[in-house]
Design a protein around this ligand. Structure first.
Ligand SMILES: *Cc1c(COP(=O)(O)O)cnc(C)c1O
Length: 460
């Protein structure tokens, strides 16, 4: 009769050649954990009647290996973005330029001048790295880089408006996503919210009346992920600045996306640029590194030197500061703008500037490639018109025309699941039961892998 006594012991298993190989690959302690885990599982399944015959030592070892493989599988891995959403927050937002990747790689490999002054041979400051580039690009007096823009907003408010009134329009009390709500961030920073106007209509007189009472800051926040349409009115940023400065109150603009270029160039709506915000006289502007700028995750704070100095000195500044890879990648990205080569080098700008003819050409090449062997499967392959979006809380409701590879398959959901199982996984979308893939967001070097993935799922 089979009893639990027949189950091999940990010692027996460890004496095998296969166990020795597993230990060499995965380390002793993890391998031991996995063996015990598999034995425990086996015992439990045996007791509950899930299995009636105890596993052989070979099967236990095979299960140990698959357990170890699963445990050590990285969870953060590259995917192919065929969704047509250029700044897909869930897929890591902006892919980086070759120089940005190279710069990040270089500083990761060894020691660097992160906080070291080579001239003086002593401690330097990490805050100098992207600063001069930002000064040249935007005319700002000073800059400070933090982990992301959410941290930038929290830090700026904490440093400049703790226990003070912050005047903001009701139309800008927004939630950016992921629980980041402007009123909550204000509360967290210790600022006292002073709302002006109504949801749809705000007049400059609303600001002026609010400013009569002692105020620490006027905040302007980009709406990012929705549009206000219809019976609406808001003063221009320079009018708000004039009103605030009239009362000696500084203005902070949370731009969110923070483009350094005019998005109208790509057939999209005009998104307020960093330069425009500076020209309107705003004292502090903050924006993301990995949205329309196309760099690594970062929060960029630029503006008046005295205010930036105060921000840098706040205890939170140390908690949210940027790391060396971020500073290296961001500097390399900013340099593309300074050298006027961004459209050639920054991947998201390359995606936005693809012509319809180019996208169509790629979609048609994919269709042609898949066309071979179509007789075997009952799949309809075609190229259809569609739309790509910017995403990432940038340019809500805006899209750019594109061409899509369309696959009419039996079950679109099942097909998408198959694509996600590919290595690297392919993220596509469905519409009216068709699987759609947008060439705009697929990096050229990933096209080969994409086609292999498609063929795998199509079973050629
Ligand atoms: C995206 C966004 C943020 C948050 O920026 P992260 O870099 O994602 O932290 C804050 N404010 C606005 C207006 C945004 O659009």
């Amino acid at each position: 009769m089979t009893t639990l006594r027949n189950l091999p012991s940990v010692e027996q298993i460890l004496r095998t050649e296969v166990a020795a190989q597993l230990i060499a690959r995965f380390g002793r302690s993890l391998t031991l954990d996995a063996i015990r885990f598999v034995l425990d599982e086996t015992r439990a399944r045996f007791k509950s009647g899930g299995i009636t015959v105890l596993l052989s030592i070979d099967l236990i070892l095979a299960q140990t290996e698959s357990t170890l493989t699963a445990w050590t599988q990285p969870t953060l891995t590259p995917v192919i973005n065929a969704s047509g959403v250029i700044l897909h927050t869930n897929l890591g937002r902006a892919p980086l330029s070759k120089s940005a990747i190279h710069a990040m790689d270089l500083v990761s490999r060894g020691y660097s001048t992160l906080e070291y002054d080579l001239d003086k041979g002593q401690r330097g400051s990490r805050s100098i790295h992207a600063e001069s580039l930002l000064q040249k690009l935007t005319g700002a007096e000073s800059a400070f880089i933090v982990n992301n823009n959410a941290a930038a907003v929290l830090l700026v408010l904490s440093a400049l408006a703790n226990k003070k009134r912050v005047v903001i329009s009701r139309s800008q009390l927004v939630e950016i996503g992921g629980g980041f709500r402007v009123p909550d961030v204000m509360k967290q920073s210790g600022a006292k919210l002073a709302e002006v106007g109504t949801t749809n209509k705000v007049h400059i007189s609303d600001y002026e009346e609010a400013l009569i009472e002692a105020t620490g800051l006027v905040m302007h926040a980009h709406r990012s992920n929705f549009k206000l349409v219809g019976f609406t009115e808001e003063p221009e940023l320079n009018e708000i600045v004039a009103a605030a400065h009239g009362f000696g109150v500084p203005v902070v603009d949370d731009l969110g996306s923070g483009a350094l270029y005019d998005t109208a160039k790509y057939g999209l709506a005009h998104e307020a640029t960093v330069q425009e915000s500076m020209q309107a006289g705003v004292d502090i502007v903050c924006f993301s590194g990995d949205k329309l700028l196309g760099g690594p995750q970062a929060g960029i704070i630029i503006g008046k030197a005295d205010l930036i100095a105060k921000i840098k000195k706040h205890p939170l500044a140390r908690a949210v500061r940027a790391d060396k890879t971020c500073l290296a990648g961001l500097s390399a990205t900013l340099l593309h703008y300074l050298k006027d080569e961004a459209e050639r080098e920054v991947p998201i700008l390359k995606m936005m500037s693809l012509t319809l003819k180019q996208v169509r050409g790629r979609a048609e090449a994919w269709a042609a490639e898949l066309g071979h062997g179509l007789a075997l499967s009952n799949v309809e392959v075609s190229v259809v018109e569609g739309e790509s979006t910017v995403g990432g809380g940038s340019l809500p409701g805006e899209s750019m025309p594109t061409f899509l590879l369309s696959l009419e398959v039996k079950s679109a959901e099942k097909f998408l699941r198959g694509l996600r199982k590919n290595n690297p996984p392919v993220i596509a979308r469905t519409e009216n039961d068709k699987v759609l893939l947008d060439p705009r967001t697929v990096l050229p070097e990933q096209e080969g892998a994409l086609l292999v993935g498609l063929k795998n799922v199509l079973n050629y």
